[in-house]
Design a protein around this ligand. Structure first.
Ligand code: GLP
Length: 236
């Protein structure tokens, strides 16, 4: 594991966007696993700037996102599809039909989860997976559990996650109570993993996840077993 500690969110975003940029340059047809949340916003901003400057070309890239809320469709401004379209996809030269986000409004969510895993497999897996981390150690929406769940699955959100994510909604009652998330299997099979975290509030969970025991009660801790993991943490 490469654990990089930086002072500022700007430095974090610079390094993260450089790592993603290098991936796109090295393999223009790569598969990027992408994340939502506030942590990747600076990284995405830098990627947009680099694309506008002609330094990065996303025309060959395919993306697969980690997760989506159940019941929110892509036109809902709280959906992760909307987040990705607004903050990245419509601002770079990726073709929208090569961007994938689980469909949280599918009639048959079990079938949707299976479809998502088949899709990832048909793409040959993920070259670089970007991750944030939840305050309870979740990655994507893989919440603390008795076991690591390998497959894409539907998950009931932890009350602490609903609480934490309420800041993006008009009220806590508006936060969906469940989500579809890529499982630990596809994340661990990604060739490279890049996890970014920001702020003193994440210090405790970062310590548990990367220097504590590997346990499904802290889902991110499984990443200690990944052969090509970079973690960037901005402490302030
Ligand atoms: C959400 C997402 C996660 C993300 C987490 C942390 O719950 N499903 O993928 O990592 O939030 O968010 P933030 O980066 O805003 O702290």
């Amino acid at each position: 594991m490469k654990f990089i500690t930086v002072d500022t969110y700007e430095e974090l975003s610079k390094i993260a966007s450089e790592i993603i940029g290098e991936q796109v340059k090295a393999k223009p047809e790569c598969v990027l696993g992408l994340a939502t949340g506030s942590s990747p916003l600076g990284t995405y901003k830098n990627l947009v700037t680099a694309c506008e400057a002609g330094e990065l070309d996303f025309s060959g890239v395919t993306s697969v996102n980690l997760d989506e809320y159940v019941g929110l469709d892509g036109t809902n401004d709280q959906s992760y599809r909307y987040f990705m379209n607004t903050n990245l996809f419509t601002k770079i030269n990726i073709s929208l039909d090569k961007t994938h986000v689980p469909n949280g409004c599918a009639d048959d969510l079990k079938a949707e989860c299976a479809r998502y895993d088949e899709l990832i497999e048909s793409l040959g897996g993920i070259d670089l997976q970007l991750l944030g981390i939840g305050l309870d150690g979740h990655i994507g929406f893989n919440e603390p559990d008795e076991v690591f769940i390998k497959e894409t699955h539907q998950v009931s959100l932890d009350p602490s996650t609903i609480e934490a994510n309420a800041r993006f909604f008009a009220s806590k009652d508006d936060v969906p109570t469940s989500a579809v998330t890529m499982g630990i299997g596809a994340i661990m099979q990604a060739k490279k993993v890049l996890l970014i975290a920001n702020g003193a509030g994440k210090k405790e969970i970062m310590q548990k996840a990367f220097y504590g025991p590997i346990t499904p009660l802290v889902p991110a801790s499984v990443l200690q077993l990944h052969p090509d993991l970079t973690v960037i943490y901005a402490e302030k």
